[in-house]
Design a protein around this ligand. Structure first.
Ligand SMILES: [Fe+2]
Ligand SMILES: [Fe+2]
Length: 183
């Protein structure tokens, strides 16, 4: 028969799991086995939330400005992106609360907390280019966040991976628009 050492379980034994689950029940989804640094994850998610809100505002402005210069298909694309960024913001805010944090929706310092910039853009091309820059900023920052979260918080990581995939799609859409406009 194997020694005690060789039998060392891969998973926590049921008794310990059950006992642990009864402690700090008010923390809900946040359990003792949470493998990331909760405070840092909440801080990073709040930066991502600010980034998404700034992107919603920038895309919405671009939507209305493009409508004004009769660029309907581009205007529609801007609106679709604005709505998807809003959905990202909502997902992130909900996850922050689930982790016992507080989502920061304060307009004070919003553009400083955000990774992407709010650039109005003076022409249709300018707007598309600025949106593409913002998407590329978001892509790199989400990739870094995913690497940071690692295996300690699979739910947050999966959410971030889904958002990252969509930001990549957005960047791709914008490149196609630039190609259509011949630049
Ligand atoms: Fe987004
Ligand atoms: Fe995006």
């Amino acid at each position: 028969m194997g020694s005690k050492k060789a039998d060392k379980p891969f998973l926590t034994d049921v008794k310990t799991l059950r006992a642990r689950a009864r402690k700090h029940m008010e923390q809900g989804a946040l359990t003792e086995g949470y493998g990331s640094d909760r405070d840092t994850v909440v801080k990073l998610l709040n930066e991502a939330l600010a980034t998404e809100i700034v992107c919603v505002l920038r895309y919405r402005r671009h939507h209305f400005m493009a409508s004004g210069i009769a660029a309907q298909s581009v205007a529609a694309e801007f609106l679709a992106h604005a709505n998807e960024e809003q959905a990202h913001a909502d997902e992130i805010a909900a996850r922050i609360v689930q982790l016992g944090g507080a989502p920061d929706f304060s307009p004070d310092g919003l553009s400083t907390r955000s990774h992407a910039e709010y650039v109005e853009g003076s022409s249709l091309l300018d707007m598309i280019r600025e949106d593409l820059v913002a998407e590329r900023v978001a892509i790199d920052s989400y990739r870094e966040m995913i690497q940071y979260v690692g295996h300690g918080d699979p739910t947050t990581r999966r959410m971030l991976e889904g958002i990252l995939a969509m930001e990549e799609q957005h960047a791709d859409d914008l490149v196609s628009l630039l190609e259509e406009l011949g630049s």
